[in-house]
Write a protein that binds this ligand. Structure first.
Ligand code: HEC
Ligand code: HEC
Length: 378
């Protein structure tokens, strides 16, 4: 599944930088050698410094710019221009539980905006406390992904947003007509749809629901210390984080986790080097193509320290578990020493961004009207 060309590219870059490393640096390759274990009575800290010096910030910055990019302020879309009125409507709909059968599930039930867009459980709980079969990915920065869902079955956040409403274990509405009937029964929404879609003859449609929620999600962007680093602030990363970033490149995590969101740019098989145990057939369910069994969208690593548990099935409780699994199943490296893992985590921590509290503030929901359906617990 790994594209040979890009693997080669990574190797060449690491090699080139290793050769041009300045005087106080070991070549990049040498740093890949496993660190010797501290012997009895040995000082682990001394061993660490002697075996794995931190690369210079400037050198790592050059390297990082080849693979990553800072987050944009918003995930702009040519087909869904972001307007204030659309965002205001989308934000309100995002928080409205009346769009679920029993009026107890909203988008924010499973993608809590004040919890980095996740619910912290292996698989989400929706209508009638039913479990889904996959882990809820974060909505932060998701609009930047090349496709939506673990298996890429929807092209963008606008199309994606219409799905959960009628998923029987999520919001459980009978169909999109039922959703629109509820929305139309809430008097305040008419004006908001009109403001958001001023040119539309009939603004209250399910497609416009998707456009409004999508426009809101396009602003859920979390700039982090790593962005400052990419923009030229060489002090934005600690020594540990610099070593971790260098290792992230050397261990070829960048083959898959690339771009502004360190993921979300391609599909890859889980169990690239060794069969990974999972019942989930991944993208095969969408394409029916044998080669797509156990293939998933490579997830973004933005805010990864805040979005446990991990993987499509939520089976890995900690970042340590997730990194160990990646080393074993996805990379030739096979495993990391404790020091290396600590450095990787120090790097991944720099991807934790700021949440714009003003942007995510729950607005007052427009009041129900006389015809608004009552909650239905069945
Ligand atoms: C009951 C829990 C639940 C509710 C309610 C819910 N989601 Fe999700 N969401 C999930 C799960 C689980 C997935 C992953 C499913 C999959 O990939 O098959 C997901 C996937 C997504 C994704 C894809 C992210 C990515 O990286 O691919 C987005 C975006 C999203 N949801 C937005 C929303 C919006 C908007 C709403 C409200 C209209 C919503 N969700 C309601 C659980 C939920
Ligand atoms: C060959 C492609 C590939 C390589 C190389 C790779 N990954 Fe992944 N990574 C994936 C895929 C695919 C998933 C999702 C797997 C799943 O959910 O079943 C994933 C998931 C993850 C997750 C969990 C994300 C989440 O939100 O659940 C972390 C953390 C991670 N990778 C880190 C790394 C690190 C660190 C490296 C380098 C040691 C690495 N990956 C190398 C493809 C790759």
């Amino acid at each position: 599944m790994i594209a040979r060309a890009s693997l080669l590219g990574v190797g060449l870059v690491a090699l080139a930088l290793g050769q041009s490393a300045c005087d106080d640096q070991e070549p990049a390759r040498a740093r890949l050698a496993p660190a010797p274990k501290a012997g009895a009575g040995g000082d682990a800290e001394v061993v660490k410094k002697a075996s794995r010096p931190a690369p210079s910030a400037d050198q790592v910055q050059l390297l990082a710019k080849r693979f990553f990019a800072p987050l944009p302020a918003r995930a702009e879309s040519a087909t869904n221009p972001i307007t204030e009125a659309k965002v205001a409507l989308g934000r309100t709909l995002y928080y409205d539980p009346r769009l679920s059968k029993n009026h107890d599930v909203s988008c924010n039930t499973c993608h809590l905006l004040d919890k980095y867009g996740v619910d912290g459980t292996p698989v989400s709980v929706g209508h009638k406390k039913q479990n889904g079969d996959r882990n809820a990915p974060t909505v932060y920065n998701a609009a930047l992904h090349f496709t939506q869902f673990w298996d890429g079955r929807e092209p963008d956040v606008e199309a994606q947003a219409k799905g959960p409403l009628i998923n029987p274990v999520e919001m459980a509405m009978a169909d999109h007509n039922a959703v629109m009937k509820t929305i139309k029964s809430i008097p305040g929404y008419a004006e908001m749809f009109k403001a958001a879609f001023p040119e539309a003859k009939d603004p209250m449609t399910i497609d416009n629901f998707g456009l409004a929620v999508g426009a809101f999600e396009r602003g859920l962007i979390t700039p982090a210390p790593f962005d400052k680093f990419l923009q030229g602030d060489s002090k934005a990363l600690s020594k540990d984080a610099l070593r971790g970033l260098q290792l992230f490149v050397d261990a070829q995590c960048v083959t898959c986790h690339v771009g502004a969101t360190l993921g979300g740019t391609q599909f890859q098989k889980i169990g690239n080097l060794k069969d990974y145990p999972t019942e989930d057939e991944g993208r095969f369910k969408v394409t029916n193509n044998e080669a797509d069994k156990k293939v998933f969208k490579v997830p973004s690593l933005r805010n990864i320290a805040k979005t446990a548990p991990y993987f499509h099935d939520g089976s890995k409780a900690t970042l340590t578990d997730a990194i160990n699994t990646m080393a074993e199943y996805q990379t030739v490296k096979g495993s990391f020493t404790d020091e290396e893992r600590a450095d990787l985590i120090a790097f991944l921590d720099t991807l934790t961004g700021e949440i714009d509290q003003e942007y995510i503030k729950q607005p007052p929901l427009p009041e129900s009207g006389p015809n608004t359906p009552k909650p239905d617990p069945t």
